[in-house]
Design a protein around this ligand. Structure first.
Ligand code: FMN
Length: 211
């Protein structure tokens, strides 16, 4: 498995160029991130990808379960993976219209990198109920998204592409009895500037308890 990742990282280094680093402050970083679906090459190089994954494994982790798992799907394999995901979704009984299929193929044709996201379930863990395991995985994914943003990339978390089939996670090495598969991050260079977005007023969502 180690060899696999080294091989993948190495080929990625050859294919992808460097991406410009930005100099956002931490606060700006956290409040300017937008999910952008449409991305293109260059994707992260080996070092950048390693930094993103290193950020992921800094997520809060009750009982140090180290349950996070990541499966890389990179160009030029993304078209074959798209075939697999579309076929698996149809086989599972979910409908995909011709239009949806075309849109999905078009979207993924320019995406340099997909990261499949899963965590190993700690079954019947009295100390760490599964909600906490799920939250830790979500925090790990968020760290990747913020790291990607810091490096000038955009990312997009999708639970399409056969996420809720058995076949797609299993094709990535995640037996669904042992792993919870939570989707994909598509990562690359944004094709257009992000649309401005009105974020909610955080204080309107916040209360202060008093006795
Ligand atoms: C777990 C999870 C799964 C998601 N799956 C999808 C999806 O399948 N399709 C989709 O259009 N958006 C999906 N989203 C939403 C986008 O990733 C994104 O968060 C949303 O468009 C808001 O953009 P923002 O991050 O810039 O606020 C998902 C978000 C989360 C947290």
């Amino acid at each position: 498995m180690q060899g696999f990742f080294l091989l993948v990282f190495h080929s990625f280094l050859i294919v992808q160029g460097m991406t410009q680093m930005t100099s956002l402050t931490t606060a700006q970083l956290l409040t300017t991130r937008r999910s952008q679906k449409l991305v293109q090459a260059p994707g992260p190089n080996v070092e950048q990808l390693q930094q993103m994954l290193a950020a992921a494994v800094c997520a809060p982790d009750h009982s140090a379960l180290r349950a996070w798992r990541f499966a890389l799907v990179m160009q030029p394999e993304i078209a074959a993976f798209t075939d697999l995901a579309i076929d698996a979704t149809r086989r599972s009984g979910r409908e995909i219209t011709e239009q949806k299929e075309q849109n999905t193929r078009k979207w993924l044709s320019t995406v340099p990198l997909l990261i499949g996201l899963a965590y190993k379930i700690s079954h019947d863990n009295a100390k760490v109920p599964e909600i906490e395991q799920t939250l830790s995985m979500g925090a790990a994914v968020m760290n990747i998204q913020n790291a990607a943003h810091l490096m000038g990339f955009s990312s997009y978390w999708s639970t399409g592409l056969g996420t809720y089939t058995d076949e797609v996670p299993e094709a990535l090495g995640f037996d669904t009895l042992d792993y919870r598969f939570v989707g994909f991050l598509a990562i690359g260079t944004p094709i257009t500037p992000a649309n401005p977005v009105q974020r909610p007023d955080a204080m309107a969502l916040t209360t202060r308890w008093r006795p």
